[in-house]
Ligand binder design. Structure first.
Ligand code: BDR
Ligand code: CA
Length: 306
């Protein structure tokens, strides 16, 4: 089986951590690099978390590049209410060597994509780095087989009534991506708010006696508490691994072709993903999820992380 080459750009982040875990352990994927973006926490913190995670996952061979400290046009905006001061509150990593790739994420992405045909680009945070990479070298688009991202919603948002966090933080970057002409798949709140880390899910994870299981339980206990206190949700949604599940097992989701635009105004509507069924279709949007199949993919990979 030929493994699908991917790059993962993320802002870890409790749920991002498990997108990285799946990308590291899936036997269907070849993870060509990880880049960090500012989002859930500052770039210093998300970068350190990304580095800690690949090391914890026994993949110190994977290059990690630091991303832009700020969105393309707007002021940075973090989400410490949910992810805590470190961005990964609830777990203390062993001390690893802090060694980033010498390139910044924009150059790192441009470089890897230009050297790999048919690569899949995954983003689980604000799309700043990918937006900047496209602005720097539009030529990369011909090598991108698909962009798979977590963000947006066909209905209401989670930070404002209109917008989901990843799109709200850098709507200009998301707008560049939506207009890239590359095939895109969107995993937004429509599906990710259905994959809740309920007590039942946590209890099942407690049976997984691996490093992956331990990380999941410790991080999700804090994530859940913060989601309950801040958003009033019954449990935390495990948003970001939906991207990787979509690549390794697309049938977990139901897809609909849509026309997706991003609101880049400076109004209450900023960051809305305006989704319509009219043509031209630029994005396949996940509109439904098989919740049990989703958890099976997550647990299967937690088992592998020993
Ligand atoms: C998204 O925002 C972040 O807080 C999560 O990591 C996820 O990527 C959900 O709106
Ligand atoms: Ca994220």
């Amino acid at each position: 089986m030929v493994k699908q080459k991917i790059i993962l750009d993320s802002d870890p982040g409790h749920d991002d951590a498990f997108a990285i875990l799946l990308a590291c352990y899936s036997d269907k994927l070849d993870l060509a690099g990880v880049s960090s973006c500012s989002g859930n926490q500052t770039i210093e913190k998300t970068s350190k978390n990304a580095l800690n995670l690949v090391n914890y996952f026994n993949r110190s061979d994977i290059k990690v590049a630091k991303g832009s400290p700020r969105p393309i046009k707007r002021e940075p905006r973090i989400c410490a209410e949910i992810h805590g001061e470190s961005g990964l509150d609830g777990f203390t990593f062993p001390k690893y060597k802090e060694e980033y790739n010498e390139k910044n994420a924009t150059d790192f992405l441009v470089d890897i994509i230009n050297n790999n045909k048919d690569i899949v680009m995954v983003t689980t945070g604000p799309m700043t780095n990918l937006g900047l990479a496209i602005l720097k070298d539009r030529n990369i688009l011909k090598n991108i087989k698909e962009i798979v991202f977590m963000g947006g919603s066909t209905k209401e948002g989670n930070v404002t009534p209109a917008a989901e966090f990843n799109i709200l933080v850098d709507p200009e970057a998301a707008d560049i991506v939506m207009n890239s002409g590359v095939p895109i798949r969107m995993l937004g709140l429509d599906v990710t708010r259905k994959v809740l880390v309920t007590d039942e899910v946590l209890n099942r994870a407690r049976q997984i006696k691996t490093k992956g299981g331990e990380l999941f339980v410790k991080l999700m206990e804090v994530f859940n508490k913060n989601q309950r206190d801040y958003f009033g949700l019954e449990a935390g949604p495990l948003h970001d691994p939906a991207t990787i599940v979509a690549i390794i097992n697309p049938d977990v989701f139901t897809w609909q072709d849509m026309n997706v635009k991003v609101d880049t105004s400076d109004t209450d509507e900023t960051g809305r993903t305006i989704c319509a069924s009219k043509e031209p279709h630029n994005v396949k949007v996940a509109i439904e999820v098989n919740v049990e199949a989703y958890w099976q993919e997550i647990f299967k990979h937690l088992e592998k992380c020993i």
